[in-house]
Design a protein around this ligand. Structure first.
Ligand SMILES: [Zn+2]
Length: 478
C-alpha cells in the first residue's frame, strides 16, 4: 500500500520523531530508581508526558497508587501497550563503567531495565496515537502503567480489576541481550503459607501431652518430596520453613509454618498440583494431631503465547533489523564483557537462543522464530494479561551479550546509547504490530480464536484470592 499511514515506515517515522524525548524519560527514571509499589516519581513523569500528548489518565487503578491507564482515541479496535518501571534493591550503580561502583550503597537500581521498559512502551503508544491523529483514523490506544513487576504482581491485580477486559490485543517487551519475538510460555505460580497449630508441652516431663506443629511441617515436606516422583517433570515445587516454632528443643512446638511455591506451565495444572500439596498438608496434620490452615498470598497465570500476533510482530522486526550500534557502543560492551562478564554468563545468556551468539559483543541480528514452543522456567505477571487478551512480547538487545539480569553490570548500561537504540527498536516493533491490528480486523479475529483454543475456552479467573490485596503484598515487599 502506498502512503499507508499505518505502514511500518510511517510508524517508524513517528517513533523516531519522539524517540529523544522518551529516551530522556527513561534516563530520568534510571536516575531515580524506585522499588515496587513506590514508583511515584516514575508515574508522575509518565503521566505528565502522556497528558501533554492528549491521553486521558485513570490513576490509582486496581487498588494501587502507582498503577494507571492512559487512553487516547475512540471507537475502533482497542490496543494496549504495557509498561513497567520498578527497580530492584541494593543495585545503585554508576553509569558507563566496567567496575562495581555504587552511587549510594544500599539504594535501589534498575537491574532489570524497567526504566527502558516503561519509556519504550509509552513511546510506542504515543507514536501510534500520532499516526492515527494525523489521518483521523478511528481506534483506541492505551498505555498501561503497571507497577510492582519485581515483587507484587501488579498486572495480576489490574487483571482482577477488569482493566484488560475490553482490549483487542496487548503488546509488551523486555530489554534484553538479544533481538527476537518472544515465543516462550512461562510458569503459572501459586504461593501459599501452610500454618500448623498443635499443643506445647515439656518435651521431657510430659511429651505425651504435646502435639508438634514442627513435626507436621517436616512430615508435609517429606510427603511433598515423595510426590515429586509422580508429578509432571516441568512442574516445580519449592518451599521455605518460615517459622520453626522457636529455639527451645525442650518445648514441643505449638506453632510452625512453611511457605510453598507451586509452579506449572499451565495454570489449571498448577491448581491441580496445589490441591495435592494441600492434601499432603492435611495428611501431616492428621498424623500429628495438629491442625493446618492454608493461605494463598500471591499467584500468577502462565503466559499464553499467540502465534498470530508473533508472526505479525516478527515480520516487522525482520524488516526493522537490529539496532544500528556504533563503534562506541561496541567498544564499551566489549570492555564490560572483558572486565566483568564471565564466559559462563555469556553461555547462560545465549544458550536458550543460539549458541553461536557466544562470540558476539552486541546482538547485531534478529533471531528467526523457533519451530518449537519452549517454556521459560520463570514467572511473569504478563501471564494474567495473556489469558484475557491476545498478547505478544519482543526482546531487544539493550545490553552486551552475557549481561546477567538483576546485576550492577546491567544497571551500568541502562542509560547508554546502545540501550536507547534497543528501546527505540522495541517501540517500533510494538507500535507497528498494534497498527497491523488496527488496520486488519482479521488479525485480531485470528489472535482471539487462537487464545480461546489455547485456554480450552476457560475464561480468565484471577489466581489471587479476592481477600488478598496489593497492600498485603506491599507490606511483604517492604
Ligand atoms: Zn524485568
Amino acid at each position: 500500500m502506498h502512503n499507508d499511514p499505518l505502514s511500518l515506515d510511517a510508524i517508524a517515522k513517528h517513533v523516531d520523531a519522539k524517540a529523544a524525548d522518551y529516551c530522556g524519560l527513561s534516563d530520568r527514571i534510571w536516575a531515580a530508581p524506585e522499588l515496587a509499589f513506590e514508583e511515584h516519581r516514575a508515574v508522575a513523569e509518565q503521566v505528565a508526558m502522556l497528558e501533554r500528548e492528549g491521553f486521558r489518565i485513570a490513576k490509582n487503578v486496581g487498588g494501587m497508587a502507582t498503577a494507571f491507564v492512559a487512553e487516547w482515541g475512540s471507537g475502533g479496535p482497542v490496543v494496549g501497550i504495557l509498561g513497567e518501571f520498578d527497580a530492584l534493591p541494593d543495585l545503585a550503580q554508576e553509569s558507563g563503567v566496567t567496575a562495581h561502583k555504587p552511587t549510594q550503597a544500599g539504594t535501589p537500581g534498575h537491574g532489570c531495565g524497567h526504566n527502558l521498559l516503561g519509556a519504550g512502551s509509552a513511546l510506542a503508544a504515543v507514536a501510534l496515537k500520532d499516526a492515527l491523529e494525523a489521518e483521523g483514523i478511528a481506534g483506541t490506544v492505551r498505555y498501561y502503567g503497571c507497577p510492582a513487576e519485581e515483587s507484587g504482581s501488579g498486572k495480576t491485580f489490574m487483571a482482577r480489576a477488569g482493566l484488560f477486559d475490553d482490549l483487542d490485543a496487548a503488546f509488551c517487551w523486555h530489554p534484553h541481550v538479544i533481538n527476537e519475538v518472544s515465543t516462550t510460555s512461562s510458569l503459572a505460580c501459586i504461593q501459599a503459607y501452610f500454618r500448623f497449630r498443635g499443643r506445647a508441652a515439656h518435651a521431657a516431663a510430659s511429651p505425651e501431652l504435646g502435639r508438634s506443629a514442627l513435626d507436621a511441617v517436616e512430615l508435609m515436606n517429606v510427603g511433598v518430596n515423595y510426590m515429586r516422583e509422580h508429578m509432571p517433570s516441568d512442574a516445580r515445587v519449592h518451599y521455605a520453613v518460615t517459622n520453626t516454632g522457636g529455639d527451645a528443643p525442650n518445648v514441643v512446638q505449638a506453632y510452625a509454618e512453611s511457605l510453598y511455591l507451586v509452579r506449572s506451565p499451565f495454570l489449571p495444572d498448577a491448581e491441580r498440583l496445589f490441591e495435592r500439596v494441600k492434601k499432603i498438608a492435611e495428611g501431616a496434620a492428621l498424623m500429628t494431631e495438629t491442625s493446618v490452615s492454608v493461605q494463598i498470598t500471591d499467584a500468577t497465570s502462565n503466559v499464553v503465547p499467540n502465534k498470530a500476533l508473533q508472526e505479525a510482530m516478527y515480520e516487522n522486526m525482520k524488516r526493522l533489523g537490529p539496532p544500528a550500534y556504533d563503534e562506541q557502543d561496541y567498544a564499551f560492551a566489549k570492555d564490560l564483557q572483558q572486565a566483568a562478564i564471565t564466559e559462563e554468563d555469556i553461555l547462560a545468556s545465549v544458550k536458550p537462543y543460539d549458541i553461536s551468539l557466544r562470540s558476539k559483543v552486541l546482538h547485531d541480528g534478529v533471531l528467526s522464530m523457533p519451530t518449537r514452543e519452549e517454556v521459560m522456567m520463570g514467572t511473569t505477571d504478563v501471564g494474567d494479561v495473556s489469558w484475557i487478551v491476545p498478547t505478544v512480547q519482543c526482546h531487544t538487545a539493550c545490553f552486551a551479550v552475557g549481561t546477567p539480569f538483576h546485576t550492577w553490570q546491567l544497571v551500568t548500561q541502562g542509560n547508554l546509547p546502545a540501550a536507547h537504540k534497543g528501546m527505540v527498536l522495541a517501540a517500533k516493533a510494538m507500535a507497528a504490530t498494534a497498527a497491523d491490528c488496527l488496520r486488519n480486523p482479521d488479525l485480531i479475529a485470528r489472535a482471539k480464536a487462537e487464545l480461546k483454543e489455547r485456554t480450552g475456552g476457560r475464561a480468565y479467573r484471577c489466581p489471587i484470592p479476592d481477600d488478598v490485596t496489593p497492600d498485603d503484598l506491599r507490606a511483604k515487599a517492604a
